[in-house]
Each structure stands twice: as structure tokens, then as C-alpha cells.
Design a binder for this molecule. Sequence first.
Ligand SMILES: Nc1ncnc2c1ncn2[C@@H]1O[C@H](COP(=O)(O)OP(=O)(O)OP(=O)(O)O)[C@@H](O)[C@H]1O
Length: 266
Amino acid sequence: MKDSTDNLIETRALSVTFGEGASANRVVNEVSFHIVRGEAYGLIGESGCGKSTILQALVGLNTAYDGAILYDGQEVPHRREKSFFRKVQMVFQDPYASLHPRKIVHQVLLEPLRIHGFDQHEERISAVLDAVGLGRDFRYRYPHELSGGQRQRVAIARALIIEPETLLLDEPTSALDVSVQAEILNLLKKLRRERKLTYLMVTHDLAVVTHICGRVGMMNQGEIIEELSADEIRDLRAVKDYTRVFLAASIGSRASRSISQEVLPL
Ligand SMILES: Nc1ncnc2c1ncn2[C@@H]1O[C@H](COP(=O)(O)OP(=O)(O)OP(=O)(O)O)[C@@H](O)[C@H]1O
């Protein structure tokens, strides 16, 4: 039965354990959070705290989780059905690894259209290439003929071509040069606004999360220890000591970098 809230994504006591017996390692520990339709929610935390593991469980790449995952008010089966991916798509960290090296962009974009039974292939491919800021001629290129930023634009186009309502973004800019990161972040922001998308973004980068997300979950050792708004993060207004130290250290380590200056307001 569908519940009455406006939550698009919700986890209830989500836990993920790797290994068994004495070597069992519970890396996500009874995490409960929700994302309202149209929201951009971020998960931050230090390396190894379990951020990507949550995303993998949400998208169904890891089916061995405990607890419940709800989408649009209904619990999803551990093995996701095709209809789930019609609504929820993922963009991975590494655009070099996520595109098939022997497929031209046209083939990359055609595949999801065929899988999900869309028509008007040519028009949709041209439109999505325009939407991500690549010319239509890019359809004839192989991944090795593209820059990192262009590859990530293709990966975003592949996710968007079937018009999903949610994007799960796993460090979508961390493999890119700083100047290119800003371009991709601004593109993601524009696309969300134009298409009324819901985002869940995992990152360890505060400038990235505050640029894209309105609400952020701070993770530590497999748990969300507190939620903050982007403004609270910028002003270092955290409740938990751990969060304050994380924020201060992250902002300190950014001092010599400049992405926040390059992420221009739209
Ligand atoms: N397939 C796996 N088998 C065993 N352990 C795993 C597996 N995947 C992840 N882990 C462990 O789970 C923990 C959480 O990993 P996860 O990738 O979710 O962290 P993260 O917060 O996303 O870190 P990062 O920012 O470095 O990607 C880590 O200790 C990791 O070594």
C-alpha cells in the first residue's frame, strides 16, 4: 500500500554487512532517511563511511541489505524491476569506466531507449545531446575521442534520455579537472531545475554538495549522525562535534583549491 507522505525515496533501518561470521563488517548501520520529490539531497562523510554502499543498495546493485527501501511510498523488491530504472537512473564517478569503449555515443544512447521501449530514437538522441551541451555530431564519436568532461556529459545524457524522475549521483565530478567540475555541476543544476528532477548525491566535497544540494546527511561509520541545510554547512553550524571537525577540516583543506570560485551561480 502506498503511504501518504510526499517522500520519493525513503530508507527504513537500512543495513549492509560485508562478509560473514567473524569477518562480518557492517558498513551501513540502520540508516533511515528520506528525500522529498524534487529535492536535492547530499550524503557526505569521510572515505569508507558507507556513502557509496547506500547508493548501491538504493539502485539495486547490492541486493543483500536489511531494512526497507521505499520509492514513491512503496517498498521496492530487493531485485529491482525494469520499471524502477525507468524512474531512477545513476551517474557514476568515473566516466572513463562507465562508457563501453567500443560503442559510439549513438549506440550508448540508443540502448536505454530500446530497453525501455521508447520511439523517435533520432529525435531523442539529438535532443538529449543538446540538453547536455554536446553538439549532435558527438553521436559518432567513441569514448576515447572525448575529454573527461565530455564523457561525463554523455553519461548524464544516457541517464536522462529515458526521462527519469530521479538521478543518483556517485561523486559525479571527482574524477574530473577542477575547471571541468564546475561546468558539470552547473549542468546538473540546470538540468534539475528544467526537468524538476530529484537528486541524491554522494560526495566528500563540501563545495560540491552545497552547490547542488539543499539538505545534507552527515555520515560517520555507517550512520547518518545529523542532517544539515547547505547554509548550515557554509556557516559551520553543526550540532555534533564530529560534524564540526569534519566541516572545519574540509573547508581548511579546500583553501588552496578554487572550485567554489569557479562554480558560478546560474
Ligand atoms: N564489496 C565489498 N566487500 C567488502 N567490503 C566492502 C565492499 N564494498 C565496500 N566495502 C567496505 O565498506 C566500507 C564503506 O565503503 P563505501 O565505498 O560505501 O565508502 P564511501 O563512504 O563511499 O567511501 P569513498 O568516499 O572512499 O568512496 C569500506 O570500509 C569499504 O572497504
